[in-house]
Ligand binder design. Structure first.
Ligand code: AMP
Ligand code: MG
Length: 373
C-alpha cells in the first residue's frame, strides 16, 4: 500500500508543479489566453456550465433544480409548457429517492442495511442489473459494491481522511460484486458488510430517464445537464448542434479545453478534480481503483465519454478513469455501441479515441495542452 501512497503523492506533487508552471506561462500571454478560454464559450454560446457547458439562446429557456447533490439544468425551446420541466424534475427526484445511499429511506440504503429487499422498484432492478453487467464488462474497474470503501474514505462527507492500509484491506474484502444477487423481484447480499454505492452510474440513469420523459411529452430539442452529465436532444432551435464545453481539469470551473458539437447524444465527464481532499500536501480524489482501494492513478486527469446511452456513458467515464487510455481503447473496441472518448492525461495531452460521434474543437493551446486528435 505504501507504494500506492507514493505513486499518489508523486502524481499530485507533479500536478501541483504543473499548475505552477502553467500560472507562470499564462502570465506571459494572459490577456489573450484568458479572453479566448473564458469568454469564447460565452461569445459562441452564451452559457458555460460546470463540467460541461451547453449553449441556449433566446429561443431556449432554462429551469434548474438541485437533485442528486447536483444542480440540474434543463434547457428547452422557450415555448415549452412549464409542466414539462416539472415532470422531468419530479422523475429525477423520484430516482434520487430510490438510489441515494445517503438517504436512509431509499431502496439502496434499506438494501444496504437489511442485506435483502424485495420487491424493488423496476428502475432499481434495472440499474442494478445493468451495473452487474458493466462490472463484468470492465473487469471490475466499475464496481457498484464499493460502499464500504467509499464510506471509509468519506470523500463525499464532511471529514474525509486517508485510511490505514489495514482498514483499506478490510474494506476491500467487503467490495465483492459477486456477493450481490438479483432474482427479478428483489436483491440480496450473500455476505455481510457489502454495500452498494451507485454514485458512478445513477446520474447517467436519471439523465436517460429524464430524456425519455421529455420525449414522451413530445419534446424533441433540449439539454439536460447535471454538471458532468449532459444529454442533448435534437439540435438547437436554430438547427445547429448543441455545444458542450469540456472543463479544463486544472483550471477554474468556468474554463474549458474545448467543446463538442452534439445532437441526440449523452456526454459524461469524470475527473479527479471534481471531488477531492488534501492531507499532508497530497490530494486524494473520489474515483477509487477497486484493485488497490486507493484513488485511481492510471495517468488520466479527465475522461469524457460520448455515446447514445447516458447510463453507459456515466459508467464508462468512471471505468476508463480507473483503467487508463490503453485498456480503455480495448474496452470500447469490444462494445456494440459506438463510443467516443476524449481523454486528458497528466502530461496535458488530449486524445480522441473510438468512433467520431461529434466533432471536438480544441481551444486550450495557450494552457499548455496538446491536442493529438
Ligand atoms: P463519477 O463521478 O461518475 O466518476 O463517479 C464517482 C463516484 O462513484 C464516487 O464518488 C463514488 O461514489 C463511486 N465510485 C468511485 N470509484 C468507483 C469505481 N471504481 N466503480 C464504481 N463506483 C465508484
Ligand atoms: Mg460515472
Amino acid at each position: 500500500m505504501a507504494r500506492v501512497d507514493l505513486l499518489a503523492a508523486s502524481y499530485y506533487n507533479k500536478t501541483q508543479n504543473e499548475a505552477k508552471d502553467r500560472v507562470l506561462s499564462m502570465k506571459k500571454n494572459q490577456i489573450k489566453y484568458r479572453f479566448i478560454r473564458r469568454f469564447l464559450p460565452f461569445l459562441l454560446a452564451g452559457l458555460l456550465l460546470t463540467g460541461s457547458g451547453c449553449a441556449p439562446d433566446s429561443a431556449e429557456h432554462t429551469e434548474s433544480a438541485y437533485i442528486m447533490n447536483t444542480l440540474v439544468r434543463i434547457t428547452l425551446p422557450a415555448d415549452t409548457p412549464a409542466a414539462a420541466y416539472q415532470t422531468v424534475f419530479a422523475e429525477m427526484a423520484r430516482l434520487e429517492e430510490l438510489f441515494s445511499a445517503q438517504r436512509a429511506d431509499s431502496e439502496i440504503a434499506r438494501l444496504n442495511q437489511a442485506r435483502a429487499l424485495s420487491p424493488l422498484d423496476p428502475d432499481t432492478l434495472d440499474l442494478l442489473s445493468a451495473s452487474l453487467d458493466y462490472t463484468r464488462l470492465t473487469g471490475g474497474a466499475f464496481n457498484p459494491c464499493m460502499g464500504a470503501l467509499t464510506e471509509l474514505w468519506g470523500i463525499s462527507g464532511e471529514t474525509p481522511q486517508v485510511p490505514g492500509a489495514d482498514e483499506i484491506d478490510q474494506a476491500l474484502a467487503l467490495c465483492d460484486p459477486q456477493a450481490l444477487f438479483l432474482d427479478g423481484q428483489g436483491a440480496a447480499f450473500q455476505a455481510a458488510g457489502v454495500k452498494l454505492d451507485l454514485g458512478a452510474i445513477a446520474k447517467g440513469y436519471a439523465a436517460d430517464r429524464a430524456a425519455r420523459v421529455l420525449r414522451e411529452q413530445g419534446v424533441t430539442r433540449g439539454v439536460i445537464s447535471m454538471g458532468g452529465n449532459v444529454v442533448v436532444l435534437g439540435e438547437k432551435q436554430t438547427g445547429t448542434p448543441w455545444r458542450v464545453g469540456i472543463r479544463d481539469p486544472l483550471g477554474s470551473a468556468d474554463e474549458i479545453v474545448g467543446y463538442l458539437q452534439a445532437s441526440d447524444l449523452s456526454i459524461v465527464t469524470s475527473g479527479g478534480y471534481e471531488r477531492y481532499f488534501e492531507q499532508d500536501g497530497v490530494r486524494y480524489h473520489h474515483i477509487l481503483d477497486p484493485a488497490t482501494g486507493y484513488p485511481a492513478d492510471a495517468g488520466l486527469i479527465s475522461v469524457t465519454v460520448v455515446t447514445a446511452d447516458g447510463t453507459l456513458a456515466d459508467m464508462l467515464s468512471t471505468a476508463v478513469f480507473v483503467l487508463g487510455a490503453r485498456q480503455a481503447e480495448t474496452l470500447i473496441g469490444q462494445l456494440d455501441e459506438p463510443v467516443q472518448l476524449i481523454l486528458i492525461d497528466k502530461q496535458k495531452r488530449i486524445t480522441s479515441l473510438g468512433d467520431e460521434l461529434c466533432p471536438f474543437t480544441f481551444t486550450a493551446a495557450g494552457g499548455g495542452y496538446h491536442y493529438e486528435g
